[in-house]
Design a protein around this ligand. Structure first.
Ligand code: NAP
Length: 307
């Protein structure tokens, strides 16, 4: 049976990725959009999720593509109405707001999918398999992009709960927590907050694996010129480099994977499977690392940010 899906929040990621991925995936069909300022030809349009749920369009599932702040209320409303829910990353603005959603999904026999799109990048599974056989010795993450290019005008990103530079960097942490053969935790953080904003624009993190594995992360949201989405891992079987956000994998400079990413197709294939099986997939490990960086971080005030 085809899953009848509604998108909530027709913004950048919904247009850049979700629409094409849904169209390309068997078993799911876009039937409606709920967005206050945007609409789409060929589907039913509503200004809000509340009005969509009160309407007479048959919908089995919703994909929440709104900013993280306020997503809990939308997810709770959709689950209460008997809909499966796909959450864009991060799954919420806090860790605590997720457990009630997991419980509601379970009570209703519904699927809740907290997506981490970077985990569907082509290099991730091969890197995980490699690290199972060859112990990592040292990990360094460099995640540096230009917020003005990738998130133009998105003020929510610098509001409380918007995560600032951790909005992209949580993608690196989602890969890290998927490929390491051991859990990792934050041991120190330096967070640079623009004087006029509520979320960091740059950060340096120290983490450690359970075995003592040293991990560092250098994160910047003001990177001009070449953009970096790299994870370097020294292992007892050579040097691994995941680059281009996980689209490319090299080992000692030999290219193992270099493919165009199709992360969102992987997301929707998995969502269709989850809904068919009545299962949920909610892993909070990446958001927990970010929360711990905020808990432990030294805070520096830096130059005010303007778009
Ligand atoms: N941009 C990316 O490259 C990217 C990549 C992967 C994941 N994501 C994630 O996807 C989510 C959305 O990101 P986005 O880049 O698509 O953001 P966006 O361009 O700002 O779009 C979000 C949409 O949600 C709606 N919305 C509802 N409540 C809102 C509020 N309080 N403030 C702002 N917009 C609100 C808006 O549509 P209406 O005004 O029409 O309601 C808006 O267009 C975030 O969690 C982000 O981390 C983004």
């Amino acid at each position: 049976m085809t899953l009848r899906l509604a998108i909530v929040g027709l913004g950048k990621i919904a247009r850049d990725q979700h629409l094409q991925a849904i169209a390309a995936t068997d078993g799911v069909e876009l039937v409606a959009v709920a967005s206050r300022h945007a609409g789409l030809d060929g589907v039913a349009n509503f200004p809000t999720l509340e009005e969509l749920l009160a309407g007479d369009v048959g919908v089995d599932a919703v994909a929440l593509c709104t900013p993280p702040q306020g997503r809990h209320e939308l997810a709770a409303m959709a689950l209460a109405a008997g809909k499966h829910v796909l959450l864009e990353k991060p799954p919420g603005a806090t860790l605590g707001e997720i457990a009630p959603l997991v419980a509601a999904a379970q009570r209703g026999g519904l699927s809740l999918f907290a997506t981490w799109h970077s985990r569907f990048a082509p290099a991730v599974e091969p890197a995980r398999a490699f690290l199972k056989r060859h112990a990592p010795r040292k990990v360094s993450i460099v995640w540096k992009e230009d917020v003005r290019v990738w998130h133009p005008g998105q003020d929510w990103i610098f509001e409380p709960g918007g995560l600032g530079v951790f909005d992209p960097a949580i993608n690196a942490l989602s890969i890290l927590t998927a490929i390491l053969p051991e859990p990792a935790f934050v041991t120190g953080a330096d967070l640079a907050f623009p004087a006029n904003r509520q979320a960091p624009i740059a950060a340096e993190l120290d983490l450690r694996g359970a075995s003592g594995l040293p991990i560092t992360a250098a994160l910047d949201f003001l990177q001009s010129g070449e953009q970096s989405w790299d994870i370097r891992i020294e292992t007892d079987g050579g040097r691994l480099l995941l680059s281009k956000g996980g689209a490319r994998l090299t080992r000692d400079d030999a290219v193992l994977i270099d493919e165009p990413e199709q992360e969102y197709r992987g997301i929707y294939r998995h969502f269709v499977e989850l809904c068919a099986a009545g299962r949920s997939d909610v892993d909070l490990a990446p958001l927990q690392l970010v929360a711990d960086a905020f808990l432990l971080g030294r805070r520096r005030s830096v130059e005010a940010f303007a778009w």
